[in-house]
Design a protein around this ligand. Structure first.
Ligand SMILES: Cc1cc2nc3c(=O)[nH]c(=O)nc-3n(C[C@H](O)[C@H](O)[C@H](O)COP(=O)(O)O)c2cc1C
Length: 214
């Protein structure tokens, strides 16, 4: 059992990365082999619309033809049994790096048939962990779930499975006194960090266990 995780935050040891580590710990507790990849360490762009993955009898049919750092990563995903994506919410959506990965990953396997189909060779469990500064009510008011649901729909279409976990009202800075951010109450943020974030970590751990099929 191989579980691979992708960190779509530029920060390697803060909210998103910590939750991904917990998901990986959960998978490891079931004997899975795991790997965490930080997307901001890689060089790649989003889909360039070359359509090589859609050419009739083409040598790249069903495969992304662009040869950059994602090529190796797609191989790893084809060998994995479960994939965990993690991203902060940036302007209401997953980060640019995460979205570029998803464009390239999903589009190569997505067929322009009616209904759309998947050329991905097997079923894989996927989990998506989002972290955001906003509390849940604001997420609902601003409609972030629309983007999350769309991503989930595409993951189900390609891989056959998707589950989502959100961590709200995250602590963005370790020391709020250094920044101009009067909108946030540092004491409330610290309280939530101490009381709610550990529960989110536990949920991520459990997601890691579920993704191994246990
Ligand atoms: C460029 C940028 C845009 C952001 N946009 C949003 C947003 O639209 N909604 C929100 O709730 N939080 C937003 N945030 C806050 C982050 O989503 C939040 O702090 C997240 O937990 C950071 O994850 P990390 O600690 O793993 O980097 C934004 C942060 C940055 C840096």
């Amino acid at each position: 059992m191989k579980v691979i995780a992708f960190n779509g935050s530029p920060r390697k040891n803060w909210n998103t990365a910590m939750l991904l580590e917990k998901a990986i710990e959960g998978a490891k507790s079931q004997g899975a082999e795991t790997e965490l990849i930080h997307l901001y360490d890689l060089n790649y762009k989003g889909c360039i619309s070359c359509f090589a993955c859609k050419i009739k009898d083409g040598k790249s049919y069903g495969k992304c033809a662009v040869k950059d750092d994602l090529a190796q990563l797609f191989k790893k995903i084809e060998e994995a049994d479960a994939v965990v994506f993690g991203s902060p919410i940036y302007l209401g959506n997953a980060t640019g790096e995460m979205r570029s990965l998803l464009e390239r990953l999903v589009f190569q396997y997505l067929t322009y048939t009616d209904p759309p189909g998947s050329l991905f060779p097997k079923q894989v469990k996927t989990g998506f962990i989002y972290t955001m500064g906003a509390p849940e009510e604001i997420m609902n008011q601003l409609g972030y779930n629309h983007c999350m649901n769309l991503i989930s729909t595409f993951l189900i279409r390609i891989f056959g499975h998707s589950e989502t976990l959100c961590s709200f009202d995250t602590m963005q800075f370790k020391d709020y006194s250094r920044y101009v951010a009067p909108r946030f109450d540092p004491l409330k943020k610290a309280k939530r960090r101490n009381e709610v974030f550990p529960l989110d970590c536990q949920k991520a751990f459990e997601m890691g266990i579920r993704l191994t099929g246990k």
